[in-house]
Design a protein around this ligand. Structure first.
Ligand code: TA6
Length: 302
């Protein structure tokens, strides 16, 4: 392990902003601190666990009891759901939300940018146990600064078209989900997956007084999470995505899932996920590249 860690730091550590460390049995994380923010990233799943711009509260929610274990997805941060979202289309034995979030990703590049941000690129080396073609690899570039950008790039180098589903399953820290609203989805149709699946249309802002688990079909417009309690707006800009999942488990599902830190843990978090899911999955032709891109910005709102 030491050799892997020392090789990582030798090749990709950035003197004053990025360093790798092992926690427990060889579970490697990267700590980032630059002039704009601090962040932390698990190499398993290329999973951004935290991002906190200077002077701001943490933007991403992490369960207080999140376990950093090989092969186990992390409750919080930004899980990378790839190369399918939700249950696999045909094989119930394949993991929900794909395998990308529970396999090790290799570091491909790291750099400090002129604007003071820090960027890191990772990719999956060797695709998983016959669940996907190794001719259709994926890379992610995460740029951490005053804003946070993620770009998930899938390249079809095979001779066949593939169907790609994915989501950047972002968990946001909020003051009290009952006081929070999501703006920008007014008029959008969505699949309500709570109970029997139903197609509905959104009227006004999305608010929370029950379990919400919806796949919105949208135009890729900018969205905002409005949080009066934290006096902040989180803006979400997207490219090449026309589906957004909005999820809060509410009381009963939070209790059933049991890894939110407490039965009231659902109050502190909200998922707004930039995706290609449901009717927005991608038909990736041979030689095509798909770039799922999202940018988060935080601003004060009085
Ligand atoms: O994106 C919403 C969702 O599909 C919910 O239905 C819930 O299952 C959540 O993802 C968490 O999934 P996970 O596999 O991380 O427990």
């Amino acid at each position: 392990m030491n050799s892997q860690l020392s090789q990582l730091n030798q090749m990709f550590a950035l003197d004053d902003t990025l360093i790798f460390r092992a926690i427990g049995d060889g579970y490697i994380v990267a700590d980032i601190q630059n002039t704009h923010c601090r962040a932390s990233l698990a190499l398993q799943g290329a999973h951004l666990m935290s991002w906190q711009p200077n002077g701001e509260e943490p933007v991403l929610w992490m369960s207080p009891v999140a376990k950093l274990q090989h092969g186990k997805s992390i409750r919080g941060g930004i899980p990378v759901c790839w190369p399918w979202f939700g249950a696999h289309a045909t094989n119930p034995d394949f993991p929900a939300h794909g395998f990308a979030r529970t396999v090790m990703w290799g570091v491909k590049a790291s750099s400090n940018l002129a604007d003071g941000s820090t960027a890191i690129t990772l990719g999956i080396d060797g695709i998983n146990q016959g669940q996907w073609s190794d001719q259709v690899p994926v890379e992610i570039t995460i740029t951490m600064g005053k804003t946070l950008e993620l770009e998930l790039v899938t390249t079809n180098s095979s001779k066949q078209a593939v169907v790609l589903g994915q989501a950047l399953h972002s968990y946001f820290q909020v003051s009290d989900v009952r006081e929070v609203s999501v703006h920008g989805l007014d008029g959008c149709d969505y699949l309500d997956t709570v109970g029997e699946h139903q197609h509905r249309t959104q009227h006004g802002d999305v608010t929370f007084d029950r379990e919400v688990d919806r796949i919105y079909l949208d135009q890729g417009q900018e969205l905002q999470i409005v949080d009066p309690g934290m006096q902040r707006l989180i803006s979400i800009e997207r490219k090449n995505s026309h589906s957004t999942i909005v999820w809060n488990p509410w009381i009963d599902k939070c209790k059933r899932m049991g890894d939110f830190g407490s039965d009231a843990g659902y109050l502190d978090m909200l998922c707004v996920e930039t995706a290609n899911a449901y009717r927005d999955v991608v038909q990736l032709q041979p030689e095509e590249v798909h770039r799922l891109w999202v940018k988060y910005s935080v601003e004060r709102s009085l």
